[in-house]
Every structure is written in structure tokens, then in C-alpha cells.
Design a protein around this ligand. Structure first.
Ligand code: NAI
Length: 270
């Protein structure tokens, strides 16, 4: 390990179980010398093994529903107390669509479901940054990262309204990132990750087909959760200080492919 985050303090949202991308980020951040607070929605605390992760990484857990300004204010205040100062890095690794969960087709969305999913998956990122910005909780040259998916730019029919949520999330990263950069020298980026077998990922209809197709299309193959964590660590480190307002594809090359030999083979008639 490289001590890339030695002395840095962070907040990590979204570690539900050991498959979660946030879980891998927490393990890697710990290995790289960071101290951090783990947080997740109160309901997820009861389901997941976040306590094991906290024990393993010497972290405290503060429950917070990322849609609640009260919870987020409490989280940021308590985190600064626990960590003994301002924050250097924040990971937003949160996504949920009620329409997906309830099996509603995109063309037949239920709009209170749409609103809830949009609040959890996209607006929560604005709320998190609002609290960090207004409490002046971030150190200069700090780094904020959210996770997204390429359905924000291109059509993946079964991704449902999460596609729209991700487009909104990526826009928030740019819009808020401008003010955070100008006023506090904090960078804000999104990482657009390959399909990854996690609880959220596997909630997408036809996920198995989806992940194998991406694997065959990508010259380097799909990026794993651990590889995503490595990339995230690089964005939290001082090696990427001037990278901001970006949507960064971490997908083995998938996003720039038209077709690959492996996919073509399946369509060539003998
Ligand atoms: P996951 O299911 O392990 O993580 C999602 C997390 O969101 C869970 O920990 C859940 O408790 C949390 N969450 C849901 N509602 C919340 C709320 N109201 N307040 C606070 N936290 C809440 O799945 P994964 O895949 O690790 O997801 C992390 C991020 O990566 C999400 O933004 C997801 O959309 C994104 N992503 C996932 C991909 C995949 O194929 N798995 C691909 C590209 C992006």
C-alpha cells in the first residue's frame, strides 16, 4: 500500500454488505491510512454487516437518511467531532428506485415512486454537499465523489428511472462542483462504473445479461468493485488535485466501444 490517504479524514456513505462498492472503498481507504466515519440509512444498519466493517477499519458509524437535512447536519457535525477536524473526502454511494423495486415499467412509472427514488439517488447528493458547503466542513483540496452509471448518457431499457436519476446526479456534481471549487478549492466528480454484482446492481432486471454483454464489449473487461475502490482512492488522494467537474468512466473501455469481436461473433451466420 502507498499511504495515499495518510492523515486524511472522510465520510463514506453506502456500505451495506461486503459486495457494496462503498465497503471496498472503506477497506482500501483504511489500508491507505485514512480515518473515516461510516454512514448508511437507519434501516440498512439492521440488515447489513456495517458493524463488522467498522470494527475492521476502526471507524464509528453514524446513521443518516441521506434525504434528511436533519440527519445530514447531525452526521457532519458529529463526524468533525469524532475525526477531530474538517473532512478531506466524501463518498456518495447511494442509489435506489422504488419503480425498479416494485417492478413498474418505465412507461408506467408511479410518480410518488419516481420522486422518492430521485430524492434518494440524486437530490441527496445536493443535500450532502449543501451541508458540507454551508458548515464549511471540507478542507481545502478535499475531494467529493459520487457513483453513477452510463445509462445517464445512453439507453439501457431496464435501467428504468435510475437513468434519469443518474443524469441528474451527474449534473449536480458539475453545478455544485463549480461553487465548491471556486469557494473552497474542493473537487467534485462522478465515477461511471461498470455493472457490478451488488445488491443495487442485481436489482436491475436482466442484470446477468447486462453484465455479460458489458464484459464482452469492454476491451479490458468489466471493472470490479475493488478496482472501483482503487480508482476512488486515487481521486481522494493528492495525486488528482485539479480533476474536477468530471464524469469519469471506469468501465474497461465500454463507453467508447461500438462493437467488439466477441459480440460480433454472436451475430455472424455460418
Ligand atoms: P449497494 O446496494 O451495496 O449500495 C447502495 C446503498 O445505498 C446501500 O448501502 C443503501 O443502504 C444505500 N441507501 C439507500 N437509500 C438510502 C438513504 N435514503 N440514505 C442513505 N443511504 C441509502 O449497491 P452498490 O452497487 O454498491 O451501489 C453504490 C452506488 O454505485 C450507487 O449509486 C449505484 O447506483 C452505483 N453504481 C452501481 C453499479 C452496479 O452495477 N452495481 C454500476 C454503476 C453505479
Amino acid at each position: 500500500m502507498y499511504n495515499l490517504l495518510k492523515g486524511k479524514k472522510g465520510i463514506i456513505f453506502g456500505a451495506l454488505d461486503e459486495n457494496s462498492i462503498a465497503w471496498k472503498v472503506a477497506e482500501r481507504a483504511h489500508e491507505e491510512g485514512a480515518e473515516f466515519v461510516l454512514t448508511n440509512a437507519p434501516i440498512a444498519m439492521r440488515m447489513g454487516g456495517i458493524k463488522d466493517l467498522a470494527a475492521k477499519t476502526g471507524s464509528e458509524i453514524i446513521p443518516a437518511d441521506a434525504t434528511s437535512m436533519d440527519d445530514l447536519n447531525n452526521l457532519v457535525e458529529k463526524s468533525m467531532e469524532i475525526l477531530g477536524g474538517k473532512i478531506d473526502f466524501v463518498l456518495h454511494s447511494i442509489g435506489m428506485s422504488v419503480n425498479v423495486r416494485k417492478g413498474r415499467h418505465y412507461t408506467d412509472s408511479k410518480y410518488d415512486f419516481t420522486t422518492k427514488g430521485w430524492d434518494v439517488s440524486a437530490v441527496s447528493f445536493h443535500k450532502v454537499m449543501n451541508v458540507l458547503y454551508n458548515k464549511q466542513a471540507m478542507n481545502e483540496w478535499g475531494s467529493i465523489v459520487a457513483l453513477t452509471y452510463m445509462a445517464a448518457q445512453r439507453v439501457f431499457p431496464d435501467y428504468n428511472d435510475m437513468a434519469d436519476n443518474k443524469a441528474y446526479l451527474e449534473s449536480i456534481a458539475r453545478s455544485f462542483g463549480y461553487f465548491f471549487g471556486r469557494d473552497h478549492k474542493v473537487r467534485v466528480n462522478t465515477i461511471s462504473q461498470s455493472p457490478t454484482p451488488t445488491t443495487a446492481g442485481q436489482g436491475v432486471k436482466g442484470f446477468d445479461g447486462f453484465i455479460s454483454y458489458a464484459e464482452k464489449m469492454s476491451p479490458l473487461g468489466n471493472a470490479t468493485a475493488l478496482e472501483c475502490a482503487d480508482y476512488t482512492i486515487s481521486l481522494f488522494s493528492d495525486l488528482t488535485k485539479k480533476v474536477t467537474l468530471q464524469n469519469l468512466f471506469h468501465d474497461g473501455g465500454f463507453s467508447n466501444m461500438g462493437v467488439s469481436d466477441a459480440v460480433m461473433e454472436r451475430f455472424i451466420e455460418e
